[in-house]
Ligand binder design. Structure first.
Ligand SMILES: Cc1cc2nc3c(=O)[nH]c(=O)nc-3n(C[C@H](O)[C@H](O)[C@H](O)COP(=O)(O)OP(=O)(O)OC[C@H]3O[C@@H](n4cnc5c(N)ncnc54)[C@H](O)[C@@H]3O)c2cc1C
Length: 235
């Protein structure tokens, strides 16, 4: 049995740069010459990206691609896969035996929810509550996994036996998106006071989103800066 309190996010494949936004936008006025103008004038390029973001001209942000490898608890994947503009492939609980890796909240995870729906705040929780979460998670996950193995050993199909496993078990997937889809995802799955529309995501999917945002910022710094400047609203 292995217990983790973190997530894995790797950028495994990508074709994404600010120049991809520029040539797509400039075809409006430069036609087939728009590719030649890429990189011509850095200040003008930053201004154009900011204008596209501010006025929500979204399609030039679609000519690029990020493929992420993600390992996270299944309850994170359930939220993640609501984002329909990503393409997904996930490991199968029908075709392979699931590994005994489970999520347990780390010491820094705030445990107690206060406030109204949509306006929650989370506060730390007492040492007793932290101990209860840790002990209960380890005990129940251990018992569930033992039941899973018992059924497999008795010849029960994996797709049936997996029914006893909790959503805290880790899964793995590849998720592919473009920058426009990624900005929509990040605007909803990160919590920032300075967002035009602040969101209140669950902390564990936010941990995935934060790692993705680092890759996005590194690959497309002008786009990332313009998105932040315009209140983190996806164009
Ligand atoms: C804090 C939070 C709490 C949530 N709570 C719940 C909950 O309690 N229950 C629940 O069911 N869900 C919940 N969700 C999920 C939420 O309702 C969305 O399904 C999810 O955030 C994906 O957003 P999206 O549709 O913008 O993303 P995507 O599916 O990636 O779509 C991106 C954009 O494409 C367009 N689009 C995509 N598909 C369509 C379509 N079929 N028709 C028209 N336009 C489309 C829209 O402009 C959309 O914004 C929650 C989400 C968050 C962030």
């Amino acid at each position: 049995m292995r217990f983790r309190s973190d997530v894995t996010v790797e950028l495994v494949k990508s074709s994404a740069s600010d120049a991809d936004v520029l040539f797509a936008a400039r075809v409006s006025t430069a036609g087939e010459k728009s590719l030649e103008e890429v990189g011509a004038d850095a200040e003008r390029s930053a201004g154009l990206i900011n204008y596209l973001m501010r006025d929500r001209h979204g399609s030039p942000f679609e000519h690029n691609q990020f493929t992420f490898y993600v390992s996270a608890p299944i309850f994170v994947f359930r939220e993640f896969m609501r984002h329909r503009t990503f393409s997904y492939n996930e490991e199968s609980g029908r075709y392979r035996r699931l590994e005994p890796v489970f999520y347990v909240p780390g010491a820094g995870r705030k445990l107690v929810q206060e406030g109204k729906p949509g306006r929650y705040v989370f506060v730390d929780g007492s040492p007793e509550q932290h101990a209860l979460v840790e002990q209960t998670t380890r005990r129940v996950c251990g018992e569930a996994y033992r039941g899973y193995l018992e059924m497999l050993e008795a010849g029960v199909a994996r797709e049936v036996a997996r029914g006893v496993l909790p959503v805290s078990i880790y899964s793995t997937m590849y998720a592919t998106c473009n920058a426009r889809a990624l900005m929509n995802f990040l605007s909803l799955r990160t919590k920032r006071e300075d967002s035009t529309f602040p969101s209140f995501p669950q902390r564990e999917i936010e941990m995935v989103a934060e790692r993705m945002e680092e890759h996005f910022a590194a690959a497309m710094p002008l786009t990332h800066a313009a998105w932040n400047r315009n209140g983190r609203v996806a164009p």
